[in-house]
Design a protein around this ligand. Sequence first.
Ligand SMILES: Cc1ncc(COP(=O)(O)O)c(C=O)c1O
Length: 406
Amino acid sequence: MQDYNNFFGEFGGRYVAEVLRQPLDELEAAYLDITKDKSFRKEFEHYLKVYVGRPTPLLFAENLSKTLGGGNLFIKMEGLAHTGAHKINNALGQILLAKRMGKKRIIAETGAGQHGVATAAVCAKFGIPCRVYMGEVDMKRQRPNVFRMETFGAEVVAVKSGSRTLKDAVNEALRDWASSFDETYYLLGSALGPSPYPDMVRFFQSIIGREVKSQAREQKVRIDKMVACVGGGSNAIGFFSPFLEKKKPHLIGVEAGGRGKLLGEHAARMNNLGRDSVVQGYRSLFLLDDDGQVATTHSISAGLDYPGIGPQLAFCGETGRIEFVTASDVQALEAIKIFARNEGVFMALESAHAAAYALKILPTMKKGENLVVNMSGSGDKDIFITAKELDREKWIEFLKKEAADE
Ligand SMILES: Cc1ncc(COP(=O)(O)O)c(C=O)c1O
C-alpha cells in the first residue's frame, strides 16, 4: 500500500529540514536491508520469544461473552509482553537495527512512558546508553514508568515546552538527533513521523496481527471484527496489518473521546475533526486550532492524547477500510472495572478505550460471530490515576499515610 515515495495515498512522506535528510536516508537503507535479511528476522524472532515472552495469548473472554449475549469476545493479551505493553516489539526490532548500524547511543520520546520503559529495557539488555525525552505533564501522571526507566539506567529528560506532553517530547528528540545522528539512533515509538518510521514501526508491530491470525486458525475461530485503540497508531496498525488487504474482518480504531466534543477536550482526529497538514516531518490529519497551530488535546490516558494520527491509519480511514469511533474517559474507566471483575484482566487506560467500544458492540453481534479486542497494555502503570478515579477515598487515605510515614 505504500508507494516508492513512502506515501499512503496523500499521507506520510518525509517533510524535514535538510539536516535530517541524511540520517533518514541512512535509516531507510538500513531498514530496507533488514526486511530482506533472514538472519535479522531470525535474531528478532529469537528475542521476541525468549525476552519479550511471545506469543502473547489470544484469550476467550467467556464470562463477558455469556453475560452480554451476541458475539464471542476474544482478547489479544499484549499486556503480557515484557514491560507490560506492545511497545517492546518495536523497541526490540529497532535496537537490533541500531546495533547493526553501529550506533553508540539511543534517544527516544515517550508519552505514557511505555515506549520509554521498553526502550530503556532493551538498551540495558544490549548495553547501549539511553536518553528518553518525556513531557513534564506525562512525567507526573506516569510516575511509576519514570521510576522504571531510571531503574533500567536510562536518563529521563523532562520536556518543559508547549503542552509538555508527547508531541513536545518528539520535537525535543528530533532536535537532539539533528545534531548527533553520527553516533545516535532515534528509536521512535509509534507509527508516525517522517518516512521510514511509520512503515518500519508497522513492520515490527505486525507480529501482533500475524499471531492473531494463526491463533484464530488454531482455535478454529473466524474473526468478524477487530478493535484497537489509536494513539499515534502502532498497536492498531500492527494488529490490523495482516488483514488490511482484504475487505474482512471489520476493523475498528478507537480514539480518545476525552471529556467532551470541543477542541481541547478530546484527541479524536478522524471523522472530519483532524485537518490535513504537515507536522513533525509527515503529512497526516492533525487537530489544529483556528490559527492553524497544533491544538491542545485531552485524554485520561497519556498514550492517546497525541494530536496527529499515523499516516497509514489516516489513509485507511479515508478509504473506509478502517472505521474510526471514540470512547470517553468515563467509558474507559468503566471498561477497566468490567474487564477486571469479569475476566480477571486489568487493561491499560489506552486499551480500555478499545475495550469500552467492544463492550458496546458485542451485544449487537450475531451468535457465533467473533470479535477480537487488542489489550495493548496492562493497567499496572495507571494505578495512580485509576485508583484515584475508582476508589478515591481509600487511595487518598493511603497516600496521606505513606507521606506521613516518610
Ligand atoms: C498501553 C498503550 N496502548 C496504546 C498506546 C498508544 O500508542 P499507539 O497508538 O502507538 O499504539 C500507548 C502509548 O503509550 C500505550 O502505552
